[in-house]
Ligand binder design. Structure first.
Ligand code: VGL
Ligand code: ZN
Length: 192
């Protein structure tokens, strides 16, 4: 199906240094999402459609870090090089950069809600006020931030599509990438 640019938006989830090669929470071939996302983003921008990049944006003592009793190595610390969007990601097509996970005591996988599933990031309001009905998603990681963003998007009533060639997963625990695709399809999300 052709993309209806007047009703669509592109979400580029957490394409940050820490999730790419040599990063603190490096995802296998994380950098591989960048060329296809750049192509898609340029096309959206040429057609006047919004492109949103998200950043995982944690304070130095964040509850998701092992050092604070969480599960992840410290990553995407506010102001660090690891938290920056990858240098190869084209920033020119971006209409908005949205930061999440900035509260010390709450993690946020989804671009729409913090992990309490209630505290909004503001993204739904942004997309709705721009008349967007369809959301296209790529980025990192398939089994965490992409998964939760896509599930929230569809639950909020957006037609939701995920670019299979533009996502990569952590796959911790083993099998979580396959599981993520299964739950996205079951929720009515289209994998393209
Ligand atoms: C993510 C783990 C911890 C992600 C963020 O972007 O998928 N994963 N924080
Ligand atoms: Zn994080």
């Amino acid at each position: 199906m052709p993309i209806v640019f007047s009703k669509s938006a592109l979400l580029e989830i957490d394409v940050q240094n820490d999730f790419c090669l040599h990063g603190a929470l490096a995802i296998t071939d994380g950098d591989g999402v960048i060329p296809p996302l750049n192509d898609t983003a340029r096309s959206f921008a040429e057609h006047g459609a919004p492109v949103i990049a998200t950043q995982d944006w944690h304070p130095a003592k964040h509850c998701s870090f092992v050092s604070s009793g969480g599960t992840w190595p410290p990553h995407c610390v506010q102001g660090s090089q690891g938290a920056e969007l990858h240098p190869a990601l084209d920033k020119n097509p971006l209409s908005l950069i949205l930061r999440k996970g900035f509260r010390p005591d709450m993690d946020s996988y989804s671009a729409f809600f913090e992990n309490d599933r209630k505290t909004p990031t503001g993204l739904a309001g942004y997309l709705k006020s721009l008349g967007r009905e369809t959301v296209y998603i790529g980025g990192l990681a398939t089994d965490y931030c992409v998964l939760y963003s896509a599930l929230d998007a569809v639950a909020l009533g957006f037609r939701t599509l995920v670019f299979a060639d533009s996502v990569r997963g952590v796959n911790i625990p083993e099998g979580s990438v396959v599981k993520a695709f299964v739950s996205m399809k079951a929720a009515g999300i289209t994998i393209i």
